[in-house]
Design a protein around this ligand. Structure first.
Ligand code: NAD
Length: 283
């Protein structure tokens, strides 16, 4: 049986995943702003440090896996704008970096980061905001989305999740992660019925946006199903999964981007027998 850190363990997907892991006999170290083994505010550097240190102390320096599910949805207000970026991006990345040696110590650890299909389905997200997150500049990310006015929280949310997905894919393949046996992947849910979505549905503007979003399968997903996906991504079956962003969103990502994927990488360093095809049109 393993030891798992779960952020956002007090509610929604994090809660369901923690419950399922415990039911399977694992030890869970829950992190949340309330009702958790380690109560920490992931929207501040101090809170993130407290969460990181607390998990390391409670796990004895060895983690079989981690689920990073703490997050905040788009809602109005200047302070909320800051919190969205701090919790959704830095509240994932900073604890994870601190836990990496403990994950590597388990030899075949698995990590699931909860991203979102908003990373590929929200239009006009400013590139500057995403770059700012990846450069660890929270202030610049905020300044980049503020001109969007009432749409700023949606832009902040999407930018934080784009940056998070990219961070996962960039790091998953590195010697420090894949090379150390740590499987780092992301789950990208669509609209899932949790308190986060309920908060959005309670705001007329957000509710309209959520309800008008195309979902080919219709309706909303369930937190317990996301928990099952995450437990699968933490299981031995996911031994060969690395840097994947798994969309479980009722078909919205496929609806908007059927032909965006797959795409081949740029043609660099081609072997001689392929060079003559360089000028032909390719995917
Ligand atoms: P939720 O509100 O039920 O759970 C989120 C948890 O994060 C809560 O327990 C909350 O207390 C915790 N949290 C928030 N701010 C915190 C802070 N400052 N410090 C510590 N903990 C904090 O929501 P959920 O839907 O289960 O969300 C889980 C993840 O899924 C989030 O990252 C969210 O962005 C993502 N997501 C949700 C949906 C959806 O439709 N529900 C869709 C895509 C992605």
């Amino acid at each position: 049986m393993g030891i798992y850190a779960v952020t956002g363990s007090a509610s929604g997907m994090g809660y369901e995943t923690a419950r399922r892991l415990q039911a399977d006999g694992h030890t869970v170290i829950g992190v949340d702003i309330k009702d958790a083994d380690i109560v920490a505010d992931l929207s501040t550097p101090h809170g993130r440090e407290h969460a990181a240190d607390g998990v390391l102390a409670a796990s004895g320096g060895r983690l079989d896996g981690a689920v990073l599910a703490a997050g905040l949805g788009p809602a109005p207000g200047r302070e909320r704008l800051r919190q969205i970026g701090e919790v959704n991006f830095f509240g994932v990345v900073e604890p994870l970096v601190a836990w990496r040696p403990a994950l590597a110590a388990a030899e075949s650890a698995k990590v699931v980061v909860v991203a979102s299909n908003s990373a590929t389905t929200v239009p006009l997200v400013p590139r500057r905001a995403v770059k700012a997150f990846l450069a660890h500049d929270a202030g610049k990310a905020m300044r980049s989305v503020r001109p969007f006015g009432p749409a700023a929280p949606t832009m902040m949310y999407a930018a934080s999740k784009i940056a998070l997905s990219r961070w996962v894919r960039r790091h998953a393949v590195l010697p420090e992660w894949a090379g150390a046996g740590v499987r780092l992947n992301a789950l990208a849910p669509g609209a899932i019925m949790t308190p986060l979505l309920q908060e959005q549905l309670a705001t007329p503007r957000q509710a309209k946006a959520v309800r008008s979003f195309p979902v080919p399968l219709g309706g909303f997903g369930e937190a317990r199903h996301m928990a099952e996906w995450m437990c699968f991504m933490l299981s031995e079956s996911a031994e060969f999964l690395c840097g994947s962003v798994v969309f479980v969103d009722g078909g919205t990502d496929a609806h908007f981007r059927a032909d965006d994927w797959p795409k081949a990488p740029p043609a660099r360093g081609l072997p001689a027998y392929l060079r003559k095809f360089r000028r032909s049109r390719s995917v």
